[in-house]
Write a protein that binds this ligand. Structure first.
Ligand code: FAD
Ligand code: NAP
Length: 339
C-alpha cells in the first residue's frame, strides 16, 4: 500500500477539478485494500473509494479524509461452455480494456459500451450503459468487501437490483461496500444491437456484409470520438444528468405544448425523455458561466473550460435543474456522484 499525504486529485478526476485529499492510498492488490481499511480505521479517518474518477464531482477544494484509489488488475477466464465464456476481472481494470478483451475473442454483450471511461469496479455502481446495452445484461456477480462487518461476499445480479443508472450500491450499500471483482458472462454467438440510429448509419454507410462485434465497437468508438469531449482536453464527466422517465399520459400532454421534446418508450410502459433536449430547450446549450458551462455539441455534458472549481460546476448544475423545472415541470437528477 502506497500512502501519500496532502495529495492533489487533479489528475484523478476527469472534470479536471483541483482538490487535495489529506491521505491518498494507492491500492494495487487485494491485500492493500485490507491494509488500507485498517489504516483508515486506526487513524479514525472518513474515506471514499476512487476508480477512474470519470463519474465524480469534487465539490470541496480540500478533503480532510482519505481517498482509497482502486488500481488492482487482472482478467481471467473462469468458465466456458458451448454458448458462453465467463470472465472475472479485478475492480481496477479499465472498463474499455475488458471490452477490448471480449471483442478480440469475438464475444458479445458489452461491445456497445466501448470507450466508456473508468474501471470495471465502478461499472456496477450505476449499471453503466450505452447504445442499447447495459452492464446488467452480462453481469453475473461482484465480490464485495462490506466495510462495516469486514465480510467478503458475492452479490448476484438479482441482488444488485439494477435499474436505469442505478443499483444497490447507490442505495442500501452506498458507502458500505467496495467492489473487488466483477464476473461477466459473454456470448459466443453475439446478439448484435444496432438499434441506435448513429450506429446503424455508420454500419450502413460502410456497407459491411457481415456485421461483427468488432464492427460495432469501431462504429461506437467513431461516434463517441466525434460527439463527446475528450476529458484530457476539456474536463467533463460524461452525462451530468439522468434521462427522466415519465408516464406516457404526461408525455402526451407535454408533447402538445412542446412538440420538440424527444421521448423513447421504456419496457415498463413509461417514456424516457432526452434530458439533453430539455436542457437545450431551456436555453442552456453551449451556455458558459465563468470557467464552466454546457458543452456546445452535447447539452447533457457539463465542461470545465479550465480552472473551474467543483462548487462552480455544482452551482451551474443547480441553475440548469431550476430552469428545466420552470420550463417543463420536470426535475432532473444528477448521474454524477458528488463528493
Ligand atoms: P469513479 O468516478 O472513480 O467513481 C464513481 C463512483 O463509484 C464513486 O461513488 C466511487 O466511490 C465508486 N467506486 C469506484 N470504484 C469503486 C469500487 N471498486 N467499489 C465501490 N465503489 C467504487 N457512463 C455510462 O454509464 N455510460 C456512458 O456511456 C458513459 N460515458 C461517459 C463518457 C465520458 C466522456 C465520461 C467522462 C464519463 C462517461 N460515463 C458513462 C460515466 C463513467 O465513465 C462511468 O460511470 C464509469 O463507470 C465510472 O467509473 P470510474 O472508475 O471512473 O468511477
Ligand atoms: P443519442 O444517441 O443522441 O440519443 C439521445 C437520447 O435518446 C439518449 O439519451 C438515448 O437514451 C435516447 N435514445 C436514442 N436512440 C434510442 C433508442 N433506439 N432506444 C432508446 N433510447 C434511445 O445519445 P448520445 O448522448 O449521443 O449517447 C449515446 C449513448 O451513449 C447513449 O446510450 C448514452 O446513454 C451513452 N452515453 C452516456 C454517457 C454517460 O455519461 N452516462 C455519456 C455519453 C454517452 P440512453 O441515454 O438511455 O441510451
Amino acid at each position: 500500500m502506497n500512502i501519500k499525504k496532502n495529495k492533489s486529485l487533479l489528475e484523478f478526476n476527469t472534470f479536471g477539478v483541483e482538490s487535495t485529499v489529506a491521505h491518498y492510498l494507492k491500492i494495487a492488490t487485494e491485500e492493500d485494500l485490507y491494509d488500507s481499511i485498517k489504516y483508515v480505521e486506526k487513524n479514525r479517518l472518513k474515506y471514499f473509494f476512487l476508480g477512474g474518477g470519470s463519474n465524480i464531482l469534487l465539490t470541496s477544494e480540500k478533503y480532510n479524509m482519505a481517498a482509497l484509489h482502486i488500481q488492482t488488475s487482472g482478467i481471467e477466464i473462469i468458465d466456458e461452455d458451448d454458448e458462453s465464456i465467463t470472465i472475472r476481472c479485478a475492480a481496477g481494470e479499465k472498463w474499455d480494456d475488458v471490452v477490448a478483451f471480449s471483442v478480440e475473442r469475438g464475444l458479445g454483450g458489452i461491445e456497445n459500451m466501448s470507450l466508456i471511461p473508468g474501471t470495471i469496479g465502478a461499472a456496477p455502481i450505476q449499471n453503466i450503459g450505452a447504445y442499447g446495452q447495459e452492464l446488467k445484461d452480462t453481469f453475473v456477480e461482484a465480490r464485495v468487501l462490506l466495510t462495516d462487518t469486514k465480510k467478503t461476499v458475492d452479490i448476484s445480479n438479482e441482488e444488485c437490483n439494477f435499474g436505469y443508472r442505478d443499483s444497490i450500491f447507490k442505495k442500501e450499500l452506498k458507502d458500505k461496500a467496495v467492489i473487488l471483482y466483477v464476473t461477466l458472462k459473454l456470448r459466443k454467438n453475439p446478439k448484435l444491437n444496432y438499434s441506435y440510429k448513429g450506429v446503424r448509419e455508420i454500419i450502413f454507410v460502410r456497407g459491411d456484409e457481415q456485421v461483427t462485434v468488432k464492427e460495432i465497437r469501431n462504429a461506437i468508438i467513431q461516434l463517441r470520438t466525434e460527439k463527446l469531449p475528450d476529458p484530457a482536453i476539456l474536463g467533463n464527466a460524461g452525462s451530468f444528468f439522468k434521462n427522466p422517465e415519465i408516464l406516457e399520459e404526461s408525455y402526451n400532454i407535454l408533447k402538445r405544448f412542446s412538440p420538440e421534446i424527444e421521448g423513447f418508450k421504456t419496457k415498463d410502459g413509461k417514456v424516457k425523455l432526452s434530458a439533453a433536449k430539455l436542457i437545450e430547450l431551456s436555453g442552456w446549450k453551449g451556455r458558459r458561466e465563468g470557467n464552466c458551462g454546457v458543452y456546445e455539441n452535447h447539452s447533457l455534458v457539463l465542461v470545465n473550460y479550465g480552472g473551474a472549481k467543483g462548487s462552480e460546476i455544482a452551482s451551474v448544475a443547480k441553475k440548469i435543474i431550476n430552469d428545466v423545472f420552470e420550463t417543463f415541470g420536470i426535475k432532473l437528477t444528477a448521474e454524477v456522484n458528488f463528493f
